[in-house]
Write a protein that binds this ligand. Structure first.
Ligand SMILES: NC(=O)c1ccc[n+]([C@@H]2O[C@H](COP(=O)([O-])OP(=O)(O)OC[C@H]3O[C@@H](n4cnc5c(N)ncnc54)[C@H](OP(=O)(O)O)[C@@H]3O)[C@@H](O)[C@H]2O)c1
Length: 393
């Protein structure tokens, strides 16, 4: 079974690698050379042929200067609440060298989009188009690019921002091919969140059989996948959620114990569940409201993995607070765990393999038209969502 899984993952990785060799081909330069040479020859014809040639060339030039392509996108002109998300026409250029254009099939909604909209994280430009996760069909490739072709289904997660659009331009080396067995909407619901779960349980802190892990917001987009993955690795999983409905989902996703932290003291409950020993690791994406309690839940030499701040940024931690139990504190980000092409392919490969083999179940619990991204943001921020949320252009 284990061998089969490894074999399957290798197949997935091989698929991603084979379909991922993107580069600028020499044929582009050859083609340019041919074009320039033809133009040079044409211009050295006899005076009588010159007007006709000039006309042909100006027609060619006019054909090349096409009106800019307009697409619909969500734009943010000022920071603020969900109401600052405006549905507008934007100009889309042609892909340049090393780039592709994709027509988005589904866009993933992530809490990071809320941070950028509010200004918790600073966008590089203003106005800007939010969004860091999408799956789409390649509609154009930049000059000379090989390894990508029109019609390919690809996914991306992370930088550059700009996924809340009908179409977008992306660096070709930031996308990975979507295996044909994975539906584009499913892929958009697990690309960023699944890769986050991957680096959290497999690399930031390596979860092993026998560990006890605490996952806050266990029914959320990342939380759901994190619990399933930690369970599959053999850990005892304790999840926190705000409602009974979310508790039922967290149970289905492999939580052995679920704590409704709006009603119960989660520190006391974790102590009870672990007979006072504490847990090896806490995955805390809630931040301000849970941070101190999370430290209290750890066993000596435990790992505090603070990877988000849905309730606000936690207070600074004085170093002696870690010393009492020799704790480790990490504040990791997906970007640093997928910064090389190989890391990106391996991380995405594992996620797609686990989806295809059923180890992970994607929960696309909410779909909104992309034009109604404001409503989706409002629901996410007000804790009305569970699992993944996708926006459909
Ligand atoms: N570091 C990284 O690389 C990385 C990558 C991806 C995501 N993240 C972080 O992971 C977290 C989860 O992201 P997600 O997109 O999957 O969102 P999500 O978990 O689906 O939504 C956030 C959840 O947080 C809980 N929460 C607790 N207090 C909250 C509050 N005051 N306001 C809003 N929500 C609150 C809610 O669950 P309950 O109702 O059950 O409490 C809510 O459903 C976010 O903090 C995000 O920044 C980090």
């Amino acid at each position: 079974m284990g061998l089969l899984k490894v074999g399957f993952q290798n197949q997935c990785l091989h698929f991603l690698r084979q379909s991922s060799k993107v580069s600028t081909s020499t044929s582009f330069w050859v083609q340019n050379l041919i074009n320039n040479t033809t133009r040079h020859l044409a211009l050295s014809y006899t005076p009588r042929s010159k007007p006709a040639i000039a006309k042909a060339l100006s027609t060619e030039a006019a054909a090349k200067v096409q009106p800019a392509k307009m697409v619909k996108a969500i734009r943010v002109h000022e920071l603020g609440g969900p109401e600052v998300l405006k549905w507008e026409d934007v100009e889309l250029g042609e892909p340049k060298e090393g780039e592709i254009r994709i027509k988005n099939k589904a866009v993933g909604l992530n809490f990071i989009d809320v941070y950028f909209r509010k200004g918790v994280y600073k966008a590089a430009t203003m106005p800007f188009t939010p969004g860091m996760e999408a799956v789409g069909e390649v509609t154009a490739v930049g000059p000379g690019l090989t390894g990508r072709k029109v019609g390919d289904m690809v996914a991306y997660a992370g930088n550059p921002m700009g996924a809340y659009a009908e179409e977008q331009i992306l660096p070709a080396d930031k996308v990975v091919p979507v295996p044909p067995s994975v539906d584009p909407i499913i892929a958009a619901s697990i690309m960023l969140k699944g890769m986050t779960a991957q680096f959290l349980v497999r690399r930031c802190f390596k979860v092993e059989s026998g560990h006890t892990v605490l996952v806050h917001a266990a029914a959320g987009g990342v939380g759901s996948l994190l619990c399933q993955w930690a369970n599959a690795l053999g850990a005892t999983v304790i999840g926190t959620v705000s409602t009974k409905e979310k508790a039922a989902q967290a149970k289905e996703d492999g939580c052995h114990h679920v704590i409704i932290y709006k009603e119960e003291d989660f520190v006391a409950r974790v102590s009870e569940i672990t007979s006072g020993k504490g847990v090896e690791v806490v995955y805390d994406s809630v931040g301000k409201d849970t941070f101190q309690g999370s430290l209290a839940c750890l066993k000596p030499r435990g790992y505090m993995v603070s990877f988000g701040q849905s309730s606000g940024t936690p207070e600074p931690v004085p170093l002696p607070a870690l010393g009492a139990k020799s704790l480790f504190l990490a504040r990791p980000s997906l970007m640093q765990y997928t910064s090389t092409r190989d890391e990106l392919l391996e991380t995405a490969g594992e996620v797609f393999a686990n989806i295809a083999s059923g180890i992970l179940r994607a929960r696309v619990n909410h779909k909104y038209p992309l034009s109604q991204a404001a409503q989706a943001h409002e629901d996410l921020e007000n804790r009305r969502t569970s699992g993944s949320v996708v926006l459909l252009p």
